[in-house]
Design a protein around this ligand. Structure first.
Ligand code: ITT
Length: 177
């Protein structure tokens, strides 16, 4: 059994489908202002590992838009809460370069060991409109091919997503020990 510290039910559902034995703990932790998801995840893990006894993981994710020089990146949660998907579509306007990627960094620790981290990315395009009600966050405006992540079932998203990649890498690492 692993504690997954997250406030995000969508993340939890996707991770649970991969691991099968996760327990969601919505206990909150400080997300520092840093340049990389790795720094945010590692710093958060220091706090969380001190508060929970057992195997613990947390994940920091972000959307990186090429034409916006990687924005919202490490600020993705704040931007989603403030301007949201409509705001990103407005910022993009009619820009031709719609390339973007999601990145997920998962940090994992057990008592007596240093934290390990695994990352995953999925390349896609910011659409011209939001489509679909599945998933969460930026899913409706992030397209892989003709389909937005908001239109994909969890199973389909888990075949290609940044999170599926980072978490499968962690799962494999645990299995190989
Ligand atoms: P926790 O930190 O509590 O785990 P959070 O939702 O704040 O939950 P992040 O900081 O990792 O998670 O996520 C940054 C933002 O990016 C947030 O607004 C998410 O909704 C969004 N996001 C993360 N993964 C996503 C995904 O797979 N699809 C769409 N949006 C995603």
């Amino acid at each position: 059994m692993i504690y997954f510290v997250t406030s995000n039910k969508g993340k939890y559902a996707e991770a649970q489908a991969i691991f099968g034995d996760l327990v969601q703990r919505d206990i909150g932790y400080a997300e520092i202002q840093a340049d990389t998801l790795e720094e945010v995840a590692l710093y958060g893990m220091k706090e969380v590992a001190a508060r929970l006894d057992g195997a613990v993981m947390l994940e920091d994710a972000g959307l990186f838009v090429e034409a916006l020089q990687g924005f919202p990146g490490v600020y993705s949660a704040y931007v989603q809460k403030t301007i949201g998907n409509a705001g990103i579509l407005r910022l993009m306007g009619a820009l031709e370069n719609r390339s973007a990627y999601f990145k997920s960094v998962v940090a994992y620790v057990e008592p007596g060991m240093d934290a390990v981290m695994f990352s995953g990315e999925v390349q896609g395009q910011i659409g011209f409109e939001a489509r679909g009600k599945k998933g969460f966050g930026y899913d409706p405006i992030f397209y892989v091919g003709e389909v937005s992540l908001g239109e994909m079932d969890l199973e389909k998203k888990n075949q290609i997503s940044h999170r599926a990649k980072s978490m499968s890498a962690l799962k494999k690492w645990r299995g190989n020990r």
